[in-house]
Design a protein around this ligand. Sequence first.
Ligand SMILES: NC(=O)c1ccc[n+]([C@@H]2O[C@H](COP(=O)([O-])OP(=O)(O)OC[C@H]3O[C@@H](n4cnc5c(N)ncnc54)[C@H](O)[C@@H]3O)[C@@H](O)[C@H]2O)c1
Length: 442
Amino acid sequence: MAEQHARKIAPAQGKLGVLCVGLGAVATTFIAGVENIRRGSARPIGSITQMGTIRLGKRTDKRSPLIRDFVSLASLDDLVFGAWDPIPDDAYTAALRAGVLDRHEHLEPISAFLKGIKPMPAVFDQSYVKRLEGKHVKPGSSKRELAEALRKDIKQFKTKQKCDRLVMVWCASTEIFISPGPAHWTLEAFEKAIDANDPMVAPSMLYAYAAIMEGVPFANGAPNLTCDFPAMEQLAKSKAVPIGGKDFKTGQTMVKTVLAPMFKARMLGVAGWYSTNILGNRDGEVLDDPESFKTKEESKLGVLEYILQPQLYPELYGKMYHKVRINYYPPRGDNKEGWDNIDIYGWLGYPMQIKVDFLCRDSILAAPLVLDLALFFDLSQRAGLSGIQEWLSFYFKSPQTAPGLYPEHDLFIQQIKLKNTLRYLMGEKQVTHLDPEYYQDA
Ligand SMILES: NC(=O)c1ccc[n+]([C@@H]2O[C@H](COP(=O)([O-])OP(=O)(O)OC[C@H]3O[C@@H](n4cnc5c(N)ncnc54)[C@H](O)[C@@H]3O)[C@@H](O)[C@H]2O)c1
């Protein structure tokens, strides 16, 4: 039975435009995947919005609808796609080049559709992504002009594609590491920094700024600072736009955020955690640059500190050695291999080891996250939620939170938060797992 009033949610009517910044491996695997699914030639495996269910009421109620039947989400048939990229390849050429999906099974049958998706010229500056050269870029030397040009693209796309609503997802390369500074503290300072062409304003920030100014939700799939600072949060709140990030939680970090809570739950110590990756796609090449790697490293490293809380458990985690490496190794392409060597200790301090070797496919893991984020950010917008969407932390390696709040990294706590938020939106009772009613005497 409903416990509270459902929130007012505008219906998911009309077309939803999904604007991808970057039309590389992740974006094309997402777009081609959705089109194959729409045509019935593939299944949306890995997508919570398409395959997930949600338990409502008591365990004995036997009510577990599909999430997409429970909350109003845009239907896959209503999605239209747009993108920006400094490389002019259309989605078909970019997908072939990425080499993720089978050409004959998943690309040729939809080639006309993919060839119709041509990227708009990007706002790109090589000083922020050193290993990438792109000529398909917007003219304009000032950051203000570039931000305005992006706003114009957004408006034109919406009109041309007859979209009712839009969302933007950053699927572009990882930029160099930028620490938040005075230019990011307040909206006023940030606007001034744009006008002054301040190097602290990275291209990704201009996309996020343009999206928010146009009332378009923005999700950041890479670890760049982008919209994770007070000025952008202030802007998002004032324009009633949902934002969030950072960095899709896909392979090694997803595993880490499952294993680490297990050690802590059982009070097992961790002496060291050595994580290494080999990958050979363009993302791997970009991350081979130390400045882009630093951005990724920060995102990957934070996870254990927060989950294991060495300040609360100095005996168990106080001396833990944590190392993350990413090595560019072209023969593997998008098929990343992530190794973890974990040195743990138990009763009386006796050591043990766990080895994980995850032979994953980077973009196959990331594509359903792009879909879910697009649909859930659109839901947030229609439900009147604005600013940081912490309930979508489930999808991010380095979740954005309110200032002063530490992020929740445990995958299953994040999942509970996501599902309870959906219950809350629909006026259903929260699932707390307290459940005294099953054991009360009659
Ligand atoms: N499992 C995963 O694949 C995974 C997980 C977490 C995060 N990510 C992040 O997602 C992003 C995309 O990964 P990918 O494998 O698709 O990389 P990719 O190199 O195949 O694609 C990125 C695309 O972004 C474009 N680009 C770069 N700067 C741009 C700009 N300023 N504007 C528009 N386009 C720009 C590049 O030209 C390229 O085509 C990367 O930042 C990656 O770190 C991926």
